[in-house]
Design a protein around this ligand. Structure first.
Ligand SMILES: Nc1ncnc2c1ncn2[C@@H]1O[C@H](COP(=O)(O)OP(=O)(O)O)[C@@H](O)[C@H]1O
Ligand SMILES: [Mg+2]
Length: 184
């Protein structure tokens, strides 16, 4: 994976697979401190303590006990190989929280990539899930909350409809991508 945005997509897909009704994604950057953070929180089915203990290291378990996934291990690696840290907490029946931090200027930090495209894809392809996607950078802060969009549009107008998609694309550019300013 060469883009952190693809890690975000993978982690959000875990949330969707866990039946989340609300997925909150945040990308924040502090250029003065040379740090950035990515977090994903969901209200899905969560994980058992046993699962949580092994989920970031697929090689500690055997293929017969579960499918060996790489989404979480790769996300963890992306942070730890870029001077950052990784944190995951999960509770069965409650949800999961994943957070990765990075040194922005670290030579091995992957670029953020097409975060706006990932945001657009998530909200348009998953009509039954709400998303709160936010970007924070210094003084700048923007958020896309699909619950608010639904309130404005009404329940009947699908996010995938061409004019809504066009609106969301522009909204994401102004409120998420431009906030981060292409510097990540
Ligand atoms: N947000 C989540 N909620 C519940 N379970 C999760 C979540 N994220 C990951 N998991 C569990 O951890 C496993 C490993 O996730 P991952 O590393 O992304 O690999 P994969 O998705 O390919 O299985 C998933 O199959 C799932 O059982
Ligand atoms: Mg996954």
């Amino acid at each position: 994976m060469r883009e952190l945005a693809l890690n975000i997509l993978d982690i959000a897909e875990n949330s969707l697979a866990a039946g989340a009704k609300l997925v909150e994604i945040e990308v924040s950057a502090d250029f003065a401190a040379d740090t950035m953070a990515i977090s994903v929180r969901d209200d899905g089915k969560g994980m058992s303590k046993e699962m949580l203990a092994t989920v970031c290291d697929p090689f500690t378990t055997t293929r017969t006990t579960r499918k060996v996934g790489m989404g979480l291990p790769l996300f963890k690696y992306s942070a730890e190989s870029a001077g950052g840290s990784f944190h995951i907490e999960s509770e069965e029946g409650k949800g999961t929280f994943v957070r990765a931090t990075y040194r922005i200027g670290h030579v091995d930090r992957m670029p953020l990539g097409d975060f706006g495209g990932v945001a657009l894809q998530l909200v348009t392809m998953n009509p039954n899930t709400d998303f709160v996607i936010s970007a924070k950078c210094g003084e700048g802060e923007g958020v896309l909350d699909t619950r608010q969009v639904r309130e404005i549009l009404g329940e009947d107008i699908p996010f995938g409809a061409p004019e809504v998609r066009a609106f969301l694309k522009e909204y994401i550019k102004e409120n998420l991508t431009d906030i981060l300013g292409g510097r990540l």
